[in-house]
Write a protein that binds this ligand. Structure first.
Ligand code: NDP
Length: 483
């Protein structure tokens, strides 16, 4: 059975405990590899290696750091299909999705930040007649990056690329549920001759490895993507240590569909935004609000489209929905479907585990599920499910739908569907959400700020925001006589 290793000080190493965790293929329910069950001793080694590498890496010119990161991007790109297959096996997502979205985006993350650092600049202020001020933006030192299982390499690289580009050294922990592509990336970093200790990857449990990264006094900033509860705990630990924190957390994203929308495009995109990656994307729509005049028509067409989605073996080309990430997660999603029934919801399609035949007969598949008839404030409509489950509801006025949309504790993303320009601007400005898409979904420009409000997080990733997060500002004021 394949063993995954930590990447510390430029080398692939076993965990100090010698212990491993089982890593499952969710499409078959079988253990297929072993992940290091690392502990604080491994984190300690990683911090030592990163601290040692920092003086060299932070003083390297941005152009040289750019070259290294571009080299890694090229290697990821050359290995795109192998990485996509590995990502599919590790997460249960369709391989086609991993090769079209996850891995190309990982390449782009490296390319984007490799080049962004060359264009990064800081401010200058003249204090008229007295002084000039300039602001230095210096790398922080050793930083921690903790990422989740839903878009493993995509989100892992979204953090480490800006951190490294800005001149920091990194101790990173991928989710122990999906460690494979971060391990493969470690090997590519060795091939790219990344200087030892600049990037360190420590695999293992959140409560051991993750928690130690969060508490380690030499790790001066934490960039975390994951659940809101974990985010809360991390914030509480980091606050007394005055660490910089970036938290990208859960969501319960509304899709607001007005009668004057471009119908076909709206229908097609809402099927995608609800069920892509089995609904396991923090940006997926989970509550669809449809204006009354088109409610019945839209509901019927939507359900018909959802019924035709192909749930199947993630490695097969035609598969549109693969397995959800683990048995525990499958049971959590199914328990929310039961809750929806208890709360008076009617299941229009789906609603149960999908049993496949052949090699996937024990896999963790769930039918794409559409639920109608729930109140906007019931638990099913307030709590994050993070699976192939969406609720639909009619509305009559803008005021009413804004109230529904904003009623949740989350505020990550929202979509608005209308051809009325004034309404689009008005609704977008009143939504409590970090990101609003009008007549689109997941249309990403990496230069834009990315993140949520309320319980969806703190701070923004993306563009120069991430480079600002991963640097400390220092103002230098020079008094000049007779300026
Ligand atoms: P978790 O919060 O459970 O875990 C995220 C990461 O944190 C994992 O690597 C996990 O390790 C680690 N972790 C767990 N406990 C601790 C701890 N005490 N200290 C430090 N690290 C810890 O989230 P999931 O992996 O379940 O991911 C799903 C969640 O992520 C959803 O809520 C989703 O909305 C959110 N998400 C948000 C995004 C955003 O950009 N806003 C994007 C993608 C997902 P381990 O795996 O071992 O538990």
């Amino acid at each position: 059975m394949e063993k995954i290793f930590n990447y510390i000080g430029g080398k692939l190493v076993e965990p100090i405990s010698g212990q491993y965790l089982d890593n499952y293929d969710p499409a078959t329910g079988k253990i297929y590899s072993l992940t290091p069950d690392s502990d604080e001793r491994d984190v300690e080694k990683a911090v030592e290696a990163a601290s040692k590498a920092f003086p060299y890496w932070s003083k390297l010119s941005p152009e040289k750091r750019c070259e290294k990161l571009l080299k890694i991007a090229d290697l990821v790109n050359q290995n795109l299909e192998i990485l996509a297959e590995a990502e599919s096996i590790d997460t249960g997502k369709p391989k086609s999705l991993a090769s079209q979205v996850d891995i190309p985006r990982a390449v782009l993350n490296f390319r984007f930040y490799a080049t962004a650092i060359i264009h990064f600049s800081s401010e200058f202020y003249e204090t008229t007649g007295q002084a000039i001020n300039y602001t230095l933006r210096q790398p922080i030192g050793v930083v921690g990056c903790i990422s989740p299982w839903n878009l493993p390499l995509y989100l892992f690289t979204w953090k480490i690329a800006p951190a490294l580009a800005a001149g920091n050294c990194v101790v990173a922990k991928p989710s122990e549920i999906t460690p494979m592509t971060a391990f493969m990336l470690s090997k590519l970093c060795i091939e790219a001759e990344m200087p030892e200790g600049v990037l360190n990857v420590v695999h293992g449990l959140g409560q051991k490895v993750g928690a130690h990264i969060v508490k380690h006094p030499q790790i001066r900033a934490i960039s975390f993507t994951g659940g809101t509860q974990t985010g809360k705990w991390i914030a509480a630990q980091a606050a007394p240590l005055f660490k910089k924190l970036s938290l990208e957390l859960g969501g319960k994203n509304p899709s607001i569909i007005f009668s004057d929308c471009e119908y076909e495009k709206t229908l097609e995109t809402n099927v995608r935004s609800s069920f892509m990656n089995q609904g396991e994307i923090c940006l997926c729509s989970s509550r669809i609000f449809i204006e009354k005049p088109i409610y019945e028509r839209f509901r019927n067409d939507f359900v018909q489209r959802v019924k035709s989605l192909r749930v199947g073996d993630p490695l097969e080309k035609e598969t549109e929905l693969g397995a959800v990430v683990s048995e525990t997660h499958m049971n959590k999603i199914l328990s929310y479907i039961s809750l929806a029934r208890e709360e008076g919801g009617e299941i229009l399609t789906g609603g149960k585990r999908s049993i496949l035949s052949g090699r996937c007969q024990n896999g963790y598949f769930i039918e794409p599920t559409v639920i109608e008839g729930l109140s906007f404030d019931c638990r099913t409509n307030q709590e994050e499910i993070f699976g192939p489950v969406v609720t639909i509801q009619p509305f009559e006025t803008e005021e009413e739908v804004l109230n529904y949309a904003n009623s949740v504790s989350y505020g990550l993303s929202a979509t608005v569907w209308t051809e009325n320009l004034s309404r689009a601007h008005r609704v977008a400005s009143r939504l409590e959400s970090g990101i609003v898409w009008v007549n689109s979904w997941l249309l990403r420009d990496l230069r834009t700020p990315f993140g949520g409000v309320k319980n969806s997080g703190l701070g923004r990733e993306g563009g120069f925001e991430a480079l600002r997060f991963f640097t400390e500002e220092k103002n230098v004021c020079i008094k000049i006589d007779n300026l």
